[in-house]
Design a protein around this ligand. Structure first.
Ligand SMILES: [Zn+2]
Length: 78
């Protein structure tokens, strides 16, 4: 008997960002895997190809991801 296992975990999240250059300001939709979200530091604009420094907010991510992604919000207590 076949059993299909669909992972409950979200595999890809899409975030919406606007290019930070005023002469462009193009809307970018950025698809990120969990691994990419952890390393996320910005994106190349799809229109002008310029790099935009960026960070990701936990609110942009599924709860199951946020738990495993270190952010500045949760600094380790030393
Ligand atoms: Zn741009």
């Amino acid at each position: 008997m076949a059993q299909f296992n669909f992972p409950r975990e979200v595999l890809l999240v899409e975030i919406e960002r606007y290019c930070s250059f005023p002469d462009c300001a193009t809307r970018n939709l950025i698809g990120l895997t969990k691994a990419e979200a952890i390393e996320y530091r910005g994106f190349d604009c799809t229109r002008c190809q310029r790099w935009n420094d960026d960070t990701i907010a936990l609110s942009d991510l599924p709860v199951s991801w946020a738990e495993s992604i270190p952010t500045n919000d949760s600094e380790p207590a030393n």
